[in-house]
Design a protein around this ligand. Structure first.
Ligand code: RB5
Length: 192
């Protein structure tokens, strides 16, 4: 069973119905509905995008579907969360390639761009297309590295992950080929 988190803002509210109807019709999908639950303009797309992105990044959901007017605002926001690869795929070809090449884990749709009748084909292809791996895995891994992979250490036989943002930031500088020996030593001291 694949758990899919779904969220939208007011501009995505109408298309959300088509998304939920399609997902409800799939026996292999369980929906985590993150709202919005009204068409009121009181919501801001970053709030809902972060809800869905965190659900996917934490493993509470396997994939995410986000809808705003264009699919752009929610994608920009979701990509701020480490581990999220989100993009607007407002047609079938983009949906297929985003899975095969980029292992996209959050698809975003434009409620003012995509028609409800296009949803089954776009989402069906997106859910069913596997990641190709191989040379694409190497590239996706480079994206993860750019996000600042966690620094791990063995302490008394246990693996400890240092994932504080400040440590991540300094480790990023440490790893840069432009960092000189002196700055490297100073950073090691500060991290320790
Ligand atoms: C809201 O009017 C609209 O700006 C939003 O849904 C989205 O399209 C932003 O990217």
């Amino acid at each position: 069973m694949m758990k899919v988190a779904v969220g939208c803002d007011h501009a995505g509210f109408v298309l959300r119905r088509a998304v939920l109807d399609f997902l409800d019709g799939r026996e292999d999908v369980e929906v985590l509905d993150c709202g919005s639950f009204t068409e009121d303009k009181g919501d801001d797309y970053p709030d809902i995008a972060l809800k869905v992105a965190h659900a996917v990044a934490s493993g509470e959901a396997d994939r995410g579907v986000l809808i705003c007017g264009t699919g752009i605002g929610v994608a920009i926001t979701a990509n701020k969360v480490r581990g999220i690869r989100a993009m607007a795929c407002n047609d079938v070809d983009l949906a297929r390639m985003s899975r095969a090449h980029n292992d996209l884990n959050v698809i975003t749709l434009g409620g003012r761009v995509v028609r409800p009748e296009q949803v089954p084909e776009i989402l069906g292809v997106w859910l069913d297309t596997p990641f190709e791996g191989g040379r694409h895995l190497q590239r996706v891994n480079k994206i993860s590295q750019a996000e600042g992979a966690a620094l791990c250490s063995q302490v008394n036989g246990r693996t400890v992950i240092f994932n504080h943002p400040l440590v991540q930031h300094k480790v990023g500088i440490l790893r840069s080929r432009d960092t000189g020996a002196r700055q490297f030593r100073e950073l090691v001291q500060e991290i320790a």
